[in-house]
Design a protein around this ligand. Structure first.
Ligand SMILES: Nc1nc2c([nH]c(=O)n2[C@H]2C[C@H](O)[C@@H](COP(=O)(O)OP(=O)(O)OP(=O)(O)O)O2)c(=O)[nH]1
Length: 138
């Protein structure tokens, strides 16, 4: 099975994380963390900064590794490096490839239909929310 390497950003601001409604491909209609495929020669971090500029029109400020998701879709294996990120000062995300963006609080995390690979990650994020987003880190 082919492996797809993806980097994704869990962007945190004001006690919320950003989710995008996907319009592309077979997985259209699901909600995801902004990001995309890592190209040859790129580190996951470089790929993510590029993708966030392309998809949201924004620069990231902080980013640190959170988890790597391994998930088997019917046609490919997804290996997705997820980073907790903050936006650079004054940046405001725009929906360039997503038809809707939502800032979700901890209580709203499961209000949207996440892509299958994301469901476990999002549940864990809810459980470990306070430790993950400790104010002294952000
Ligand atoms: N960005 C992102 N992709 C995810 C998540 N969960 C998940 O299963 N995926 C899958 C969907 C896609 O199959 C793949 C991401 O590929 P993509 O098509 O968005 O990548 P890309 O922006 O580089 O697109 P392209 O140039 O190939 O069109 O990862 C997630 O939370 N964020």
């Amino acid at each position: 099975m082919p492996i797809t390497h993806v980097s994704a950003a869990i962007i945190y601001r004001d006690e919320r994380v950003l989710a995008g409604h996907r319009t592309d491909g077979k997985l259209a209609g699901g909600w995801e963390f902004p990001g995309g495929k890592v190209k040859d020669g790129e580190t996951p971090e470089e790929a993510l900064r590029r993708e966030i500029a392309e998809e949201l029109g924004c620069d990231l400020q902080l980013m640190w590794p959170y988890d790597t998701i391994e998930y088997d879709y019917p046609a490919f294996h997804l290996s997705m490096d997820c980073f907790v990120c903050t936006l650079a000062h004054g940046e405001e995300p725009r929906g360039i490839v997503h038809d809707e963006l939502r800032w979700l609080s901890k209580a709203e995390l499961l209000d949207v239909e996440w892509l299958p690979a994301d469901v476990r990650l999002v549940r864990e994020l809810g459980l470990f929310w306070d430790n993950t987003f400790e104010p002294e880190h952000l």
